[in-house]
Write a protein that binds this ligand. Structure first.
Ligand code: NI
Length: 211
């Protein structure tokens, strides 16, 4: 073998090794489609998912029932003295700032975190309040069903220590309004105290982009 051929052979071998290294690097760094999109949206895309609950009429209500209309979902409990009523009033005020045809499209949903006291009857009475959004859907279920829904929406709740009677307990809970699109997919979440104007503006922006 001539020195020239040896050099060419070495260069060729080096190129092969370099090529292999590059191939491995590219594979490892390659975008993985939908996973990449999910990680860039701060992990909030993981909110939502399967649940099975019972509505205020005693009918089964699952995540599939969220389809067809955009929804605003709030987790709370009917005995809540202030936080829940405030949030549901905020939800109502936000919806009422929209044009009527958009108001009718929004499905407001209340999900209890206190199924022990929030029976179908209790929830049914609660969602009829004039202070809350028109057509508010009220959902309850077994402890396990409520836990499943809470897990899907990353909601925390725990019975608070109270001095009064056992029946008078308070429940500490996440106070967020979740905005899900007409396919039941997470769009946005509004923190407690977010103004009706801010929520209405986000809803209006969504309607504009999706009409
Ligand atoms: Ni509350």
């Amino acid at each position: 073998m001539s020195p020239q051929k040896i050099i060419l052979g070495l260069v060729g071998a080096a190129a092969l090794v370099l090529g292999a290294v590059l191939a491995v690097t590219l594979t490892q760094g390659a975008p993985r489609g939908p996973q990449t999109a999910a990680t860039t949206s701060t992990g909030e895309a993981a909110i939502g998912g399967a649940f099975t609950l019972t509505d205020q009429d005693g009918d089964t209500f699952t995540e599939a029932d969220l389809e067809g209309r955009p929804s605003l979902i709030y987790f709370g409990y009917t005995y809540c003295p202030d936080v829940c009523p405030f949030s549901l009033q905020t939800m109502k005020a936000a919806i009422e700032q929209l044009p009527e045809r958009q108001q009718d499209r929004i499905r407001p949903v209340f999900i209890t975190v206190d199924p022990a006291r929030d029976t179908v009857e209790a929830v049914s009475q609660y969602v009829q309040s004039e202070a809350f959004p028109k057509g508010l859907v009220g959902l309850t279920g077994t402890e396990e069903q409520v836990e499943q829904a809470k897990e899907a929406y990353k909601v925390y709740s725990a019975r608070a220590e109270t001095e009064g009677s056992m029946a008078d307990y308070l429940v500490d809970h996440t106070s967020m309004i979740y905005f899900m699109d007409e396919q039941g997919r997470f769009v946005n979440a509004f923190s407690h105290g977010e103004s009706p104007e801010t929520i209405a503006a986000e809803l209006a922006r969504w309607f504009k982009a999706n009409s």
